[in-house]
Design a protein. Structure first.
Length: 86
């Protein structure tokens, strides 16, 4: 889950589950730009988030204000928008 969007353009993701989650194949959507999480810079944590822990990423198209942020996006499928700052 996206828990924080910083004014620096960094996005914090938290694992609210009970097992490790590998987010390397997830995408962030700042329409019309999309960033594969594994291509972003981790400023905290890593692509494998332990339960209750966070990872913070920063990338070129991750900017504030974000039009929409997606937790998981596969090309050719519909975006699942979690936050809409439109």
């Amino acid at each position: 889950m996206i828990t924080e969007v910083y004014s620096t353009g960094e996005v914090e993701l938290k694992n609210l589950g009970t097992s490790n989650v590998n987010i390397s194949t997830y995408w962030l959507c700042n329409f019309p730009a999309y960033d594969l999480i594994s291509d972003l810079t981790f400023t905290c944590g890593s692509a494998v988030i332990e339960p209750g822990k966070v990872a913070v990423v920063k990338g070129q198209s991750v900017t504030v204000p974000l039009a929409d942020i997606t937790s998981k996006y596969q090309p050719g499928t519909e975006c699942k928008i979690w936050f809409d700052f439109g």
